[in-house]
Design a protein around this ligand. Structure first.
Ligand code: MF3
Ligand code: CO
Ligand code: CO
Length: 277
């Protein structure tokens, strides 16, 4: 596989295609991603006081849309492959891509909110977990360890490392806690495109996969189940739930590989990195 990896240095203004090449971006692109990522993080920060018992996921979606538009961006998920909403709201056993609607948040729920403002042509993709009221310790520990998985993955992200080093570190940490790493969904390259090469798997062998080079932009977004790793897709074609109906958690950052390590584009300006907020 290694021999197949193709990199492409892209300049501002170049047409960028989903052709399987890994894009290597310059300083102007970093600046674009910084702004889009910051808006994503500000939206997730601003949601904190609203994520309470009694609120519906549809109301959260309305807030995300308003804040995205107020920030001069559009929600990249609106109209994406038929998705009609401004964010994904994934509660309890929902792994990802939960559809906002009439569901009322209740005491003890855990929820992932995933936003992707498209600002000046750049995608800032990030998600966090939120605790609704009093959440049992088992669920809070899952949320904590899932955040640790994301950050341990990010620690591997530096030039010369391989993409598989990220998944290996995440998998090792999750499985040490007897949690299951979801295999059906991955992180992804992004930038001008929402979902681009490479696929960033969250369970892998160290030393495998493409080499990380300065200028690569991608997400890391581990989905970790309290039980087995299996997934089942609901009939709506979007909502992915744990096969064993155990709880699932996820955090996501968009990052760029630098000369010395990586830059996190979607870090919380308010320090609201993980619950309790
Ligand atoms: N933001 C999600 C991701 O992390 C993608 C959501 S696509 C949608 O890649 F259509 F489900 F919204
Ligand atoms: Co993503
Ligand atoms: Co996302």
């Amino acid at each position: 596989m290694r021999g197949m990896t193709q990199y492409q240095t892209v300049e501002d203004g170049d047409v960028q295609l989903r052709d399987g090449t890994i894009k290597l971006h310059g300083p102007a692109a970093f600046e674009g991603m910084r702004k889009a990522g910051r808006l994503a993080a500000e939206i997730l920060d601003a949601l904190v006081p609203f994520v309470q018992p009694g609120v519906t996921t549809g109301q959260i979606d309305d807030l995300v849309r308003e804040m995205t538009l107020d920030g001069g961006a559009v929600p990249a998920t609106m109209g994406y492959r038929g998705f009609q909403h401004s964010c994904c709201t994934s509660i309890n056993q929902v792994i990802c891509h939960g559809i906002p609607g009439d569901r009322v948040l209740k005491d003890g729920d855990i929820i992932n909110i995933d936003v992707t403002p498209l600002l000046d042509g750049w995608h800032g993709d990030s998600s966090r977990m939120y605790l609704v009221g009093d959440v049992p310790i088992k669920a809070r520990r899952l949320v904590d360890v899932t955040y640790e998985c994301l950050m341990i993955g990010i620690e591997q992200a530096k030039p010369g490392a391989r993409l598989g080093d990220i998944g290996a570190a995440i998998q090792q940490h999750a499985e040490r806690h007897r949690y299951g790493v979801v295999r059906e969904f991955c992180g992804h390259g992004l930038g001008r495109l929402f979902h681009d090469a490479p696929e960033v798997v969250h369970a892998a062998r160290a030393g495998t996969g493409p080499e990380l080079r300065p200028g690569m932009f991608f997400t890391i977004e581990p989905m970790i189940n309290l039980g087995k790793p299996g997934m089942k897709m609901l009939d709506d074609g979007w909502t992915a739930v744990t096969r064993d109906r155990s709880l699932s958690a996820q955090f996501e950052h968009s990052i760029g590989i630098t000369e010395t390590g990586c830059e996190i584009f979607t870090e919380s300006p308010k320090g609201l990195h993980k619950p309790p907020y």
